[in-house]
Design a protein around this ligand. Structure first.
Ligand code: PMP
Length: 423
């Protein structure tokens, strides 16, 4: 069994100097008790926790790790530029090169505005759409995550009504509810926001319905509102282009972040010609938004996106994982739902409203060196190998066996009691 004494000690110290001990979804507060909070290292597809335990990491830092932690070429580009200048009085030429690169790669894009976090990009998209239309309302799907500012945070604390004003919610993939929301917006619709697919926490993921995507485009064309696809989480794991290009739908704006520089902090809003004037008119900036080293890392990351078969490989690995888990779950007699794209899977057990089975399974995987998540979508990275997937399947076989023995005696997961009420 693994040691966790250093993690316990860090948590105690954190409780004194970090409110709540940790915040955001990177807090392990809603994960099984044995999940480590603190890490010390990442390399390739693996992470080491603060006690030195090593895990094959299916969270990939919640997305940023696409080509492997501490990727030699990407990090060399970063370090090279760091030595020359990073946060300067203005941007370097790398910014122009990076914008040109993205405009070449993403079919709907004619320009780029860089920032740091996904929330910077989504908020900028909202502001740009309002500047473009001189209207107020955004229509977006219930439960879809677009960031952590007051207009979009999933938690209500500290948020006042006016922060959330001028938003109308629809059901993802439900054309009638999208049309009703747009009708309700009347002549005040500024934007429709859409996730590339439904990747909400705690529930099954869903591929985007092409009719829903086309309807969103049509409603924007009819009303003059802007269509925004939020690729922050899914970007480059479904396509080398904006993922809705696969549905034949071209947004006006798209937002990207997370893996854009393989873990170095960078996000971007991309837009088409129609939105250029509005984008130029909004005042947006940040002290660190022009950092050159991160842009060097992004150029190297995007080169790997274009020049390697990473997408085909992670898709094949995801398919291998899905088929293998499906067979093992079935053999053990579990209804085990694997939803979403193969490169971004989510696992939920049938008849498991408070996730007691999911918690037990995840803990058993963790103790076998495989870091999976019981209620959030996961991510594959290009540093994973077939051997890693096979190790995962061996761990799963053992985990299903333990779960089968323990399931009848499992108690409720107290920390997730709120789920049973909500579902
Ligand atoms: N949009 C989506 C779809 C996301 O998944 C996230 C991050 N989980 C964000 C926006 C916000 O990104 P960030 O945390 O970098 O601000």
């Amino acid at each position: 069994t693994q040691s966790n004494s250093r993690d316990r000690e860090l948590r105690e110290r954190a409780a004194a100097v970090i409110p709540g001990g940790m915040y955001g979804h990177q807090s392990v507060g809603l994960l099984p008790d044995d999940y480590p909070q603190f890490f010390e290292r990442g390399e390739g597809a693996h992470i080491w926790d603060a006690d030195g335990n090593r895990y094959l990491d299916f969270m990939c830092a919640y997305g940023p790790n696409l080509f492997g932690y501490a990727h030699p070429e990407i990090d060399a580009a970063f370090v090279r530029q760091l030595g020359q200048g990073d946060t300067l009085t203005g941007p370097t030429g790398l910014m122009v090169e990076l914008a040109e690169t993205l405009v070449r790669m993403v079919s709907h894009a004619d320009w780029a505005i860089f920032c740091k976090n996904g929330t910077d990009a989504t908020t900028m998209a909202l502001t740009t759409a309002r500047a473009h239309t001189k209207r107020r309302i955004v229509v977006r799907a219930k439960g879809a995550y677009h960031g952590a500012l007051p207009w979009c945070t999933p938690r209500p604390a500290g948020v006042i009504d006016s922060d959330r004003a001028h938003q109308i919610f629809c059901d993802y993939n439900d054309v009638a509810s999208l049309e009703a929301a747009v009708a309700e917006a009347g002549d005040d619709l500024a934007a429709i926001f859409a996730a590339p697919f439904r990747h909400d926490a705690f529930i099954d993921q869903a591929e985007p319905d092409a009719a829903y995507a086309r309807k969103a485009r049509e409603l924007c064309d009819r009303t003059g509102a802007l269509l925004v696809v939020d690729e922050v989480r899914a970007g480059f794991r479904l396509s080398r282009d904006c993922s809705w290009s696969r549905l034949g739908v071209s947004p006006d704006l798209s937002t990207w972040g997370k893996c854009l520089a393989n873990g170095h902090p960078l996000s971007v809003m991309l837009g088409n010609e129609k939105a250029r004037r509005a984008a130029a008119s909004v005042y947006v900036t940040g002290s660190f938004w022009f950092q050159a080293a991160t842009m060097a890392a992004a150029l190297e990351t995007l080169r790997l996106v274009r020049e390697t078969d990473y997408l085909e490989r992670i898709t094949a690995l995801g398919d291998r994982l899905r088929a293998g888990l499906d067979a093992r779950a079935r053999a053990a007699g579990f209804g085990f739902r694997q939803t979403g794209p193969a490169t971004m899977p989510l696992f939920l057990f049938d008849d498991d409203p408070d996730l007691r089975k999911g918690f037990c399974f995840s803990s058993e995987m963790l103790s076998r060196g495989v870091y999976v998540h019981p209620w959030h979508n996961m991510f594959l990275c290009a540093a994973m190998t077939e051997a890693d997937i096979d190790q995962t399947l061996d761990a799963a076989e053992a985990a299903f066996a333990v779960l089968k023995r323990q399931a009848p005696a499992l108690g409720p997961v107290e920390k997730l009691a709120f789920l049973s009420g909500a579902h």
